[in-house]
Design a protein around this ligand. Structure first.
Ligand code: CP
Length: 306
């Protein structure tokens, strides 16, 4: 595996391999060494977790990072093309982690540079490193990825994290409840994939309707930056909010996840319940991103203890 662009590119075995390496890193069984390696973090769109967790992952493995945050202070603002920018950064870095607003841009990047490319989010399309850390979080809380009932709530149309998550989980016989306003439903191409694989899903508009059936409720924010019409955004915002009072009848193993940032869709009174898992989920991102970098850069063989 050279690049990580889409969950659609990964087999079940490869997904489980990422889980295994992240677990070994977290448990201290292995400690990949990225000494003298440089990761370029090219973020054309804002980020807190993805950027900082990749930077933390490199530091924990004795590696270095170089960073671009927005294009204003780079030569992109002078008119340099995306391709020239990438080919230049590839001269300095051993791996490129890239986030842009343009769907397909990470795939395109991987086709024009020789170093590994990691998709850290391409528009409303994919966010595979988030999906892998989400699956790792699900394993840690549920003990398995198999046969779970997962509610996915929020902006299912533009939310790239949920597109990657649903594709990633579809190898593990899930049942999905898709919860969204009617105009933010899961895209047809993803639902068609699920039908082809005989994966059960239903579409709901209220977050608490079947909450007692869920193992995981994965909540996402409405993606303001993807709306052409801000009036539509205002309609969507606040159309669902998870509150502590909705959790009275949930299963004991139930967990609330969120890729974050949240902007009101989980009230803070949920934070102190045993069901809230979104901040530990963010922490899991460091272990998973250590695993991703070390798998793509091939630094594991020497470090796995027999
Ligand atoms: N989950 C996620 O992608 O967060 P950031 O946008 O802060 O990186």
């Amino acid at each position: 595996m050279k690049n990580l662009i889409s969950m659609r590119d990964l087999s079940k075995e490869e997904i489980l391999y990422f889980m295994e390496i992240a677990r070994k890193i977290e448990n201290g069984e292995i400690n990949p060494d990225m000494n003298r390696k440089v990761a370029a973090l090219m973020f054309y769109e804002p980020s807190t977790r993805t950027h900082f967790s990749f930077a933390t992952a490199m530091k924990k493995m004795s590696g270095q990072t170089i960073t671009m945050r927005g294009s204003v202070n780079s030569s992109v603002s002078k008119g340099e093309t995306f391709a020239d920018t990438l080919q230049t950064i590839a001269q300095y870095a051993d791996i490129i982690v890239i986030r842009t607003a343009v769907e397909g841009s990470a795939r395109y990047a991987s086709e024009i540079v020789d170093v590994p490319v990691v998709n850290a989010g391409d528009g409303a399309n994919q966010h595979p490193t988030q999906a892998l850390l989400d699956l790792y979080s699900i394993i840690k809380t549920q003990g398995t990825l198999e046969n779970l009932t997962i509610g996915v709530a929020g902006d299912l149309k533009f939310g790239r994290t949920v597109h990657s998550l649903v594709q990633a989980m579809s190898d593990f016989n899930p049942k999905f409840k898709f919860i969204s306003p009617s105009f933010l439903k899961m895209p047809s191409y993803i639902k068609d994939d699920l039908k082809e694989k005989n994966i059960e899903f239903e579409e709901l508009e209220e977050i608490d309707k079947k909450i007692d059936e869920l193992d995981i409720l994965y909540v996402t924010r409405v993606q303001k930056e993807r709306f052409a019409d801000l009036e539509d955004y205002e309609k969507a915002k606040g159309s669902y909010t998870l509150k502590k009072s909705m959790l009275d009848n949930v299963k004991d193993n139930f967990k609330v996840m969120h890729p974050l940032p949240r902007v009101g869709e989980i009230q803070t009174d949920v934070d102190d319940t045993k069901y809230a898992y979104y901040f530990p989920q963010a922490k899991n991102g460091v272990f998973m991103r250590q695993a991703i970098i070390s798998i793509l850069l091939g630094g594991l063989d020497e470090t796995i203890e027999s």
